[in-house]
Design a binder for this molecule. Structure first.
Ligand code: ATP
Ligand code: MG
Ligand code: MG
Length: 561
C-alpha cells in the first residue's frame, strides 16, 4: 500500500501520541444528521475519520446526531449505514459495535443541563425570539443581558423541569448557557442550549418536548463516547470555545475526566459541477429535476454508486484531495480520473456500438462466420480472451463513417481502408441513403489475408481502427449516457439560482449493440467499452441477458473542450 499522505490532523495525533496524551488511544466519530442522503462532501469526512482510526489502530464511531426532531427519519439513518458500509468502513472493533445515537443521550444531556443550572452556569430566559435577537448586540456593541439572567438556580430548575413536563408553549422559554454577553464571539453570548419543541422524534417519539441544541449536544456526546479527536468542518471553528466551555464546566463538576475531546476543523469539500447542500439536493429530488436521490447524476453516495463509481475510486479521490485548512473547489475531473485509475487495471474490456450504422462486407459469404478473439484485459493475458464472430453485416459507430471526411479523418469514407478491430482490413466502396439523405448503410470489401494476428496482416498499413459487432449476434441494450448535471462549475455561486445552471443534456438514452458476451453481466459489474469509457450494469434495471448500462466516465476528460 502507498503510504498515506500526512496532514495537519495526523500531525496533531502524532504529537498527542508522543506526549502520551491519550495513552495511544485514537477515537474519532462521523456524526451525520439523519435528515437526508450523504453526498460526496460527507465522503471526505468519512474517509478522514475512518481512515485516521484505521491507520492509528483506533476506532471511528458512527453517531447519528439526531437532535432535530422535525426532519429526521429512520429511512435516512438506514441509508447512511448502507453508504458508510458500501464505502468500505466499519464501526466495529474487537467485536464491539460503535454505532450510537445522540438521542440515546437525551436523559444524560438533560441531567447535565440541571447540573449547569445548579452551578449558576445556565438560566431560563423568557424573552421572545425577537427580543433575544435585538439584545444580542453587534460586532461593535456587546449584547445586553436578559432581564431574566439573574434568576436563582432554584427558580431556573423549577422552570426547566416544567419546560420538560410540557407546561409551556414553544418559544415561551429557552435554556441558555450563562457565559459572556460581551464576548467578541457571538457563540459565547449566552447561547441557547435547550428549546421547547412539541414534535415527534423518529426514535424517542413524544417522550420529550425539550430538545438540546447542536453545540451543547455534540461536545457532550463526544465526551460520553470517549472521543479523542473530534474532526469537523471549518464553519465550526468559532464554536470551538463553546465546545470547550461546556466540557470544562462538566469536568469541573466532576463528570468528565481530562483530557477532554479536542475539536479540530478542516476545510469542506466543494466539487465543481455539483451541489453539496442537502437542502438543495432535496429540492432537485422533490421538484423532479432528477429521478431520485440515487439518480446517477446526483453527487450523493447512492447516486455515485448507481452511476458506477467504486468505493476504491472514492477513497482514492479523498486521498488525492487531502485535508487542509483552506476552503477550495476541487475539479470534478479529479473524481472522474480516480475512477479511471481505479478501474483501468481491473475492468474487463468489451465492445459496444452506441450509435449504430450498418456496415455490409459485400465480398463476405452470406452465411459465413469468422471467429475473432480479443483479450479480456490487454495487460493481463492470464485473464484469457473473448470470442465473437465476424459476419457479412456488422454494426459500426455512425461517427466512424464520413461522406465528406475532414482533413485528418482516417476512418471510413469511399476509397479508404480501415481495420475492423481483431478482424480484417476493409476498403469502403460506397454507401446507401434514404430519401432524407441520411446514410443507412456503408459498403466495403474485405481482404481475406489481413486478419489480425496473422502474418498477412503486416502487409496492411492503415491508420483507422474501428470497433464493430456482428449484426446477427449483437445484443441490443439500453445505454444511459450521462453528463454533468450542471453547466456551470459553481452552480450556486454568487447567489445564482442553481436550477438555472442545470445541463438539459445530462442524460441521453441510446439503443446500443453489444458484443454477445457482455450481455451476461451482473448488476453492478463494470466494464470498459473500448474507445467509449467505463460503464456499469445498472444496479436496479439490469439483469443478466437483459442488460442496461450507465456510462460512468468517458476514457478521456473531454469536458469543456
Ligand atoms: P446540511 O447542512 O446540508 O444538513 P451537514 O454538513 O450539516 O449538511 P451533517 O449530516 O451534519 O450534514 O454532516 C455530517 C458530517 O459530515 C459533519 O461532520 C460535517 O462536517 C461533514 N460534512 C458535511 N458536508 C461536508 C463537506 N462538503 N465536506 C466535508 N465534510 C462535510
Ligand atoms: Mg445539518
Ligand atoms: Mg451538520
Amino acid at each position: 500500500d502507498a503510504p498515506v499522505a500526512s496532514n495537519f490532523i495526523r500531525n496533531v495525533i502524532d504529537e498527542d501520541n508522543r506526549n502520551r496524551k491519550w495513552a495511544g488511544r485514537v477515537e474519532t466519530r462521523f456524526p451525520p444528521e439523519p435528515n437526508g442522503y450523504l453526498h460526496v462532501g460527507h465522503a471526505k469526512s468519512i474517509c478522514l475519520n475512518f481512515g485516521v482510526a484505521r491507520d492509528y489502530d483506533g476506532v471511528c464511531h458512527l453517531r447519528f446526531d439526531d437532535t432535530n426532531p422535525e426532519k429526521e427519519s429512520m429511512e435516512y439513518a438506514d441509508s447512511i449505514i448502507e453508504a458508510v458500509t458500501w464505502l468500505g468502513y466499519s464501526w466495529e472493533k474487537s467485536g464491539q459495535s460503535h454505532l450510537y445515537f445522540a438521542s440515546d443521550y437525551y436523559e444524560q444531556l438533560y441531567h447535565f443541563a440541571e447540573i449547569l443550572i445548579e452551578r449558576g452556569k445556565a438560566y431560563v430566559d423568557s424573552q421572545s425570539a425577537d427580543e433575544m435577537r435585538a439584545n444580542r448586540g453587534s460586532l461593535t456593541e456587546p449584547g445586553r443581558p436578559s432581564p431574566y439572567r439573574d434568576r436563582t438556580p432554584a427558580e431556573n430548575l423549577d422552570l426547566f423541569r416544567r419546560m420538560r413536563a410540557g407546561e409551556f408553549a414553544e418559544g415561551e422559554h429557552v435554556l441558555r448557557a450563562k457565559i459572556d454577553m460581551a464576548s467578541p464571539n457571538f457563540n459565547m453570548r449566552d447561547p441557547v442550549i435547550y428549546r421547547i419543541r412539541f414534535a415527534h422524534h423518529y426514535r424517542t417519539g413524544d417522550t420529550w418536548c425539550v430538545y438540546p441544541m447542536y453545540d451543547y449536544a455534540h461536545c457532550i456526546s463526544d465526551a460520553i463516547e470517549g472521543i479523542t479527536h473530534s474532526l469537523c468542518t471549518l464553519e465550526f471553528e468559532d464554536h470551538r470555545p463553546l465546545y470547550d466551555w461546556v466540557l470544562d464546566q462538566l469536568a469541573q463538576a466532576g463528570h468528565f475526566k481530562r483530557p477532554l475531546p479536542q475539536q479540530i476543523e478542516f476545510a469542506r469539500l466543494n466539487v465543481t459541477y455539483a451541489i453539496t447542500s442537502k437542502r438543495k439536493l432535496l429540492q432537485l429530488v422533490t421538484e423532479k429535476h432528477v429521478e431520485g436521490w440515487d439518480d446517477p447524476r446526483m453527487p450523493t453516495i447512492v447516486g455515485l454508486r448507481r452511476r458506477g463509481f467504486t468505493p476504491g475510486s472514492i477513497q482514492l479521490f479523498c486521498d488525492r484531495i487531502g485535508v487542509s485548512k483552506a476552503d477550495s473547489w476541487i475539479d470534478m475531473g479529479v473524481l472522474e480520473q480516480s475512477l479511471r485509475d481505479d478501474l483501468d487495471a481491473v475492468a474487463p474490456r468489451a465492445i459496444a456500438v452506441l450509435d449504430p450504422l450498418k456496415l455490409i462486407i459485400d465480398n463476405f459469404p452470406d452465411d459465413a462466420e469468422e471467429a475473432c478473439t480479443a483479450p479480456v484485459h490487454p495487460h493481463h493475458p492470464e485473464r484469457g480472451s473473448r470470442a465473437f464472430p465476424l459476419t457479412r453485416e456488422l454494426w459500426i459507430e455512425r461517427e466512424d463513417f464520413n461522406e465528406h471526411p475532414p482533413k485528418g479523418y482516417f476512418r471510413l469514407f469511399p476509397g479508404n481502408k480501415v481495420r475492423l478491430r481483431y478482424g480484417f482490413v476493409v476498403e469502403c466502396t460506397g454507401f446507401d441513403k434514404d430519401e432524407h439523405g441520411k446514410v443507412t448503410a456503408v459498403h466495403c470489401n474485405y481482404f481475406a489475408d489481413s486478419k489480425s494476428g496473422t502474418e498477412g496482416s503486416n502487409n496492411y498499413k492503415v491508420k483507422g481502427n474501428i470497433h464493430w459487432v456482428s449484426a446477427k449476434h449483437a445484443y441490443a441494450a439500453e445505454v444511459r449516457v450521462y453528463d454533468r448535471l450542471f453547466n456551470e462549475p459553481q452552480p450556486d455561486a454568487g447567489g445564482r439560482d442553481f436550477l438555472t445552471a442545470l445541463n438539459p443534456n445530462s442524460k441521453r438514452v441510446a439503443q446500443a449493440y453489444l458484443e454477445p458476451g457482455a450481455a451476461q453481466m451482473n448488476a453492478e459489474d463494470r466494464v470498459q467499452f473500448e474507445r467509449h469509457g467505463y460503464f456499469v450494469a445498472d444496479r436496479y434495471d439490469s439483469q443478466p441477458g437483459k442488460p442496461v448500462f450507465n456510462r460512468i466516465v468517458s476514457l478521456k476528460d473531454s469536458w469543456g473542450r
